[in-house]
Design a protein around this ligand. Structure first.
Ligand SMILES: *[C@@H]1O[C@H](CO)[C@@H](O)[C@H](O)[C@H]1NC(C)=O
Ligand SMILES: *[C@@H]1O[C@H](CO)[C@@H](O)[C@H](O)[C@H]1NC(C)=O
Ligand SMILES: *[C@@H]1O[C@H](CO)[C@@H](O)[C@H](O)[C@H]1NC(C)=O
Ligand SMILES: *[C@@H]1O[C@H](CO)[C@@H](O)[C@H](O)[C@H]1NC(C)=O
Ligand SMILES: *[C@@H]1O[C@H](CO)[C@@H](O)[C@H](O)[C@H]1NC(C)=O
Ligand SMILES: *[C@@H]1O[C@H](CO)[C@@H](O)[C@H](O)[C@H]1NC(C)=O
Ligand SMILES: *[C@@H]1O[C@H](CO)[C@@H](O)[C@H](O)[C@H]1NC(C)=O
Ligand SMILES: *[C@@H]1O[C@H](CO)[C@@H](O)[C@H](O)[C@H]1NC(C)=O
Ligand SMILES: *[C@@H]1O[C@H](CO)[C@@H](O)[C@H](O)[C@H]1NC(C)=O
Ligand SMILES: *[C@@H]1O[C@H](CO)[C@@H](O)[C@H](O)[C@H]1NC(C)=O
Ligand SMILES: *[C@@H]1O[C@H](CO)[C@@H](O)[C@H](O)[C@H]1NC(C)=O
Ligand SMILES: *[C@@H]1O[C@H](CO)[C@@H](O)[C@H](O)[C@H]1NC(C)=O
Length: 664
């Protein structure tokens, strides 16, 4: 997992400099589906249900799963008969998925993980599916599985990922081919489960599915007779904008959310704030939005010198390693001398601070240029407690900022999925082993580089089509994610015209609550676009907050819960917002947790900075953001606030983040 985590991070990072396809790289693996006994001959039909049904026992699964089906289904790409997608479908009620055509109008859902190149079985086994794997590889039943709310299908795609198969020249060339493959897969799937052709489809996914889903939706809108009936799309922590937009621009917001990353140091903050400004990453959202945002500078404005080539050249690695070596040596010495390691660390940090103060001088840093995200991680790993410089891959979890566990819990699906009895039960291929991620989903490159432009470039057109087809758009984020921060999704929304108006006209500021009555985050809805922020969740929202993710799906994706909906008052004198608004929630930074998780595997304790340090930061930061507060206050106009709701939320907020945060 650790190596793979790093690989996924690098794969995403590689996108930052991606402008053109790389030359073809030979030698990608070939795989093909396995033919199990009893496979029907001929075209797909409901007869195939009994072939795909999972009837043999699954290892370690000692609890009832309900009826489920799995296997490979071709994407019908000419010349590539072995190109298939792997699906695993769970029905909500006995008989709900196998209903005859037109017998059901119930919703159904699809879940896609990202990568690019990651298997959606990761989501099934660790986020929102019915069977979950513990750290010791035993299994348990997930009480918050999404299939309890609708028939749900987890799909490995594009071809070649997870248990999906592809011949060595059959990987997708680009996102348009991915979209076409996906539609062809769906056309076959609905022949097996005929009611799915007309039932409302809820297409959901996370991370790089923020690129896949808009392209799939674009393909769907371009078809005269699409095979399914798309109702809504929901994208979590998604890559809708450019690499600079989802990874670099949010750096300052990430630091403001978790000042622990810079040890609550005001000078270091000033340095990152200046770099962010010099790089043109300090976009200001206004409500209503005034004009579109410019295209962001790439992290290396001087051109071809991408982060990836730097990594290959060993420049970053060397830089990191020299610091790492330094710390290791110090630590070894420290242990012998029994001097507290932390003190050495802080002394070293002061040295770095001097370096930074020298550089915060109206110029872009010559080494990192605008790769602020990596600079932040390097800083945290080397100089901020409690992150550990001895293990750069693991000490900082890009997916969940407060997680400094080292090593991480395994989160490894390969033992279960590659077990022969599992494979046989779910009709998986035997020509390949399941991997959580491949870094070669695109035919033309083994570096993870996607040649297609980011969805932002066609989002206005997609939104116009969505309005025409009555397709709702839901965008959600875990507040603790650093890899694809909520702020990038909010900028994408403000930069998109939907329902004839650009962006939201009011800042998201309405609290929503879990079934336990506890504040769960922020909800905002206008003109059939919904934004949901989930409190105390990282990139994998349903893993970290399974119950909140379940309520989110039920209320805001499948349901029509109007919390956060902006409505025009009939007198034309202003707007009101269902569920009210809380001024302290209207800013773009929502303070994270105080305690950083430390230990190995699972959280053994948390590290919290001294309260005086936190208090000093809070009063400093209140002055920094007072300008934003004014902007927000004037934008909020005549909206109403529900007193009771406001009180609950602000109490929670104060309890969670300490005093002096009313500036938000
Ligand atoms: C589910 O329905 C099928 C027929 O559609 C039936 O054979 C089976 O016994 C039912 N299973 C359960 C657990 O109710
Ligand atoms: C579905 O249709 C088939 C014939 O096409 C029929 O035999 C079967 O009984 C139907 N099932 C249900 C649940 O109505
Ligand atoms: C497809 O898979 C079969 C094995 O099932 C193999 O014989 C054949 O060569 C493969 N075709 C391609 C184009 O890779
Ligand atoms: C919008 O719909 C048209 C067909 O009406 C289609 O040609 C076009 O590709 C779609 N674009 C997007 C981005 O959805
Ligand atoms: C955003 O606002 C700040 C503070 O008013 C300002 O310094 C900065 O230039 C603005 N950014 C852009 C891109 O206009
Ligand atoms: C909107 O932006 C334009 C220039 O981009 C500026 O001239 C104008 O003052 C702005 N309007 C508001 C209300 O901020
Ligand atoms: C904003 O949208 C325009 C297209 O309308 C696009 O060219 C630009 O890159 C986008 N900027 C950002 C920061 O998303
Ligand atoms: C930063 O700027 C100040 C003057 O504004 C100058 O004295 C100092 O040498 C500069 N430092 C660097 C490292 O360029
Ligand atoms: C089953 O669970 C045990 C731990 O209880 C684990 O050691 C083993 O690897 C698991 N087997 C599979 C196939 O997942
Ligand atoms: C699993 O199946 C493969 C053949 O597909 C075989 O080579 C291997 O020995 C099997 N492993 C076990 C543990 O049975
Ligand atoms: C809408 O969701 C909220 C959770 O934020 C919940 O409290 C409320 O009961 C839901 N409303 C309806 C009508 O279900
Ligand atoms: C939102 O969706 C509803 C129902 O799908 C539709 O009636 C309404 O016109 C849509 N509103 C906008 C602004 O698109």
């Amino acid at each position: 997992m650790h190596a793979n985590r790093l690989k996924r991070w690098l794969a995403l990072s590689a996108l930052l400099g991606a402008a053109r396809a790389q030359p073809a790289s030979p030698g990608l693996p070939s795989s093909f589906p396995h033919v199990y006994p009893g496979m029907p001959s001929g075209n797909f039909s409901p007869e195939w249900q009994s072939y795909f049904q999972v009837t043999q026992p699954l290892p370690n699964v000692t609890f009832p799963l309900g009826r489920n089906w799995a296997g490979n289904i071709p994407v019908d790409r000419p010349g590539h008969p072995n190109d298939t997608l792997f699906f695993w479908a769970f029905e909500k009620q006995n008989g709900s998925l196998t209903a005859n055509a037109s017998e059901s109008t119930e919703p159904w859902g699809i879940w896609l993980n990202g990568g690019p190149g990651s298997s959606s079985l990761l989501g099934l086994l660790f986020e929102n599916g019915p069977l979950h794997i513990r750290d010791d590889y035993s299994m348990f039943s997930n009480n918050f599985s999404w299939h309890q709310l609708a028939d749900y299908v987890w799909v490995d795609q594009p071809v070649g990922t997870g248990f999906s198969t592809a011949d060595s020249t059959g990987y997708v060339a680009d996102e348009d081919q991915m979209g076409q493959d996906f539609m062809n897969f769906l056309a076959n799937l609905v022949k097996v489960f005929p009611s799915l052709a007309t039932r409302p489809l809820f297409l959901t996914g996370e991370s790089y599915a923020g690129t896949y889903i808009p392209y799939i939706t674009k393909t769907y809108f371009g078809m005269e007779n699409p095979p399914v009936n798309l109702s809504r799309i929901a994208i979590g922590d998604g890559t809708l904008g450019s690499g600079a937009e989802f990874e670099e621009l949010p750096t300052l917001t990430v630091i403001e959310t978790y000042p622990q990353l810079i040890g609550y140091d005001q000078q270091v903050y000033a340095y990152f704030k200046e770099q962010s400004h010099l790089c043109g990453y300090d976009l200001n959202m206004t409500y209503p939005q005034n004009g579109t945002f410019p295209t962001l500078n790439p992290p290396f404005p001087n051109g071809i010198d991408t982060l990836e080539t730097r990594r290959k050249a060993g420049k970053t690695i060397l830089f990191k390693q020299s610091l790492k070596q330094d710390i290791l040596e110090r630590r070894a010495g420290v242990v012998r001398r029994s001097t507290p390691f932390d003190e050495e660390r802080l002394a070293k940090r002061d040295q770095w601070k001097r370096d930074l103060s020298g550089r915060a001088n109206g110029t872009i840093d010559p080494f990192y240029e605008c790769d602020l995200y990596d600079e932040m991680i390097d800083y945290a790993l080397n100089f901020s407690l409690p992150w550990k410089g001895n293990d750069p891959e693991n000490g900082f979890d890009v997916y969940q900022i407060p997680d400094a566990l080292d090593p991480e819990a395994p989160m490894d699906g390969s033992v279960f999925l590659n077990d022969n009895s599992t494979r046989a039960a779910i009709h998986a291929p035997t020509s390949k082993d399941w991997q959580e991620s491949i870094n070669y989903p695109f035919n033309n490159s083994n570096s993870g580089i996607d040649p297609s432009p980011e969805p932002m470039v066609f989002l206005n057109e997609l939104a116009t089509n969505a309005t025409e087809h009555g397709v709702h758009v839901i965008i959600y984020s875990g507040n603790d994610d650093s890899l694809v921060s909520h702020i990038s999704s909010e900028i994408v929304i403000q930069n998109t015209t939907f329902g004839g108006i650009q962006g939201f006209t009011q800042p998201p500021a309405t609290p929503w609550f879990g079934d336990d009555g506890v504040f769960a985050g922020i909800a905002h809805q206008e003109r059939n676009w919904t934004f949901i922020l989930v409190e105390n969740a990282g990139h994998l929202v349903a893993q970290q907050q399974p119950e909140r993710a379940f309520v989110f799906l039920r209320e805001f994706v499948l349901g029509n819960n109007q919390t956060g909906l902006v409505t025009n008052s009939s007198g034309g004198t202003g707007v009101s917002v269902v569920g009210g608004e809380v001024a302290s929630l209207a800013g773009s930074v929502h303070p994270g947790q105080l305690g950083i998780y430390v230990g190995s595997g699972t959280t053994q304790s948390t590290y919290t900075y001294p309260s005086a340090t936190i208090a000093a930061w809070n009063s400093f930061f209140a002055t920094v953001t007072s300008q934003n507060e004014l902007a927000t206050a004037s934008a909020s106009g005549s909206s109403q606030t529900s007193g009771a709701v406001a009180q609950v939320a602000s109490q929670w907020w104060v309890a969670a983040v300490g005093a002096l945060l009313l500036a938000f």
